[in-house]
Write a protein that binds this ligand. Structure first.
Ligand SMILES: Cc1ncc(C[n+]2csc(CCOP(=O)(O)OP(=O)(O)O)c2C)c(N)n1
Ligand code: SF4
Ligand SMILES: [Mg+2]
Length: 301
């Protein structure tokens, strides 16, 4: 990774917005050890968001953007929904795709980047809602897994179509009544994490976004594994507080309840034995690198 990739053009530097200047000077591009702990002390890759106040999708975005290992060489592929309202405000390349097509677009993009930049690591990350990933786009989602496309799919699971007012989705829980689904869901929540693993994903994680360290680890694992092995999937419970009748400050409690013992979103991970071994080695390597960086900093004092 290199900070040289994110620069201001000298001739235009004085007319660039101050937020952009700040990002070039103070964001964590190029830091190998970037992570959620940088939030609050460095320039974040998200300027603002246009979601409802307190929407868990907003904090999920912040954690993900702080955790991606290679932001200057990452391209997000989004889809229509509440998530798509945030993409115009982030400092990472992103593409908006037609609703449901995101994994097809990402497949072509990842392949093209591999041809165009054979010697550079380029990460493609799909980030879309449950309606886009599991309902209308399920065919494209699963076909990319069957074809072993090397990118990560992140699903913001708020258990309905929030952006269009609350229609039923496959990830909605049984019996739930939404504003635009008055009868109530008649079948169980689709078990997409299990389906993803059975469909060829090499690493799968399902969790809430209440604990930033867990989100960071899951995102990093998913991206590193996608580079080496093939498709990976991360499902994040980001409840729509409007639909479940919560106040803006109650989203965190909702997620904590959901992940406590016996809850619907106790964290789960699936991975192959090969991946388990690979992640163990990656962790050990990262620990060594951190130790060496600390020792270097101490010696420089
Ligand atoms: C091709 C197409 N079909 C349908 C829509 C209408 N549409 C916009 S947002 C949305 C729901 C998004 O739901 P989800 O993916 O779960 O994201 P959320 O808004 O819940 O974050 C739908 C159906 C559209 N914009 N384009
Ligand atoms: S409608 Fe729901 S999911 Fe969408 S921004 Fe508002 S709280 Fe978040
Ligand atoms: Mg949704």
């Amino acid at each position: 990774m290199s900070k040289e990739r994110i620069q201001l053009c000298e001739d235009l530097a004085d007319i660039m917005p101050s937020e952009y200047q700040d990002m070039v000077a103070n964001a964590t591009f190029g830091n190998t050890s970037r992570g959620w702990k940088d939030i609050g002390t460095s320039k974040e890759l998200i300027e603002e968001h246009s979601l409802c106040a307190g929407c868990p999708e907003s904090i999920a975005f912040r954690f993900i953007l702080a955790s991606i290992p290679n932001p200057e060489d990452t391209v997000f592929v989004g889809s229509t929904g509440c998530t798509s309202l945030v993409f115009p405000h982030i400092g990472v390349h992103n593409i908006h795709s037609l609703f449901g097509n995101q994994n097809a677009i990402a497949s072509g993009l990842q392949r093209a980047l591999k041809v165009r930049f054979p010697d550079r690591i380029k990460d493609v990350v799909v980030l879309a809602g449950d309606g886009a990933t599991v309902d209308i786009g399920l065919d494209m989602t699963m076909q990319s897994w069957f074809r072993q496309e090397k990118f990560t799919t992140i699903c913001f699971d708020n258990e309905l179509y929030a952006n269009t007012g609350g229609q039923e989705s496959g990830l909605m829980q049984k019996g739930f009544v939404a504003k635009m689904a008055p009868v109530g869901k008649v079948f169980e929540k689709v078990r997409l994490p299990e389906i993803a693993f059975e469909s060829g994903c090499h690493y799968v994680a399902c969790l809430t976004v209440s604990k930033p360290n867990r989100v960071e680890k899951a995102i990093r694992n998913a991206i590193h594994v996608s580079r080496e092995f093939g498709p990976t999937y991360v499902q994040l419970y980001t409840p729509c507080i409007l639909e479940i009748g919560k106040q803006s400050m109650e989203g965190l409690d909702e997620m904590k309840d959901a992940e406590s013992i016996g809850g619907r979103f106790v964290m789960k991970e699936f991975m192959t034995d090969e991946v388990k071994e690979y992640l163990k080695e990656l962790d050990a390597k990262e620990k060594e690198e951190k130790k060496a960086a600390k020792a270097k900093a101490a010696a420089a004092k």
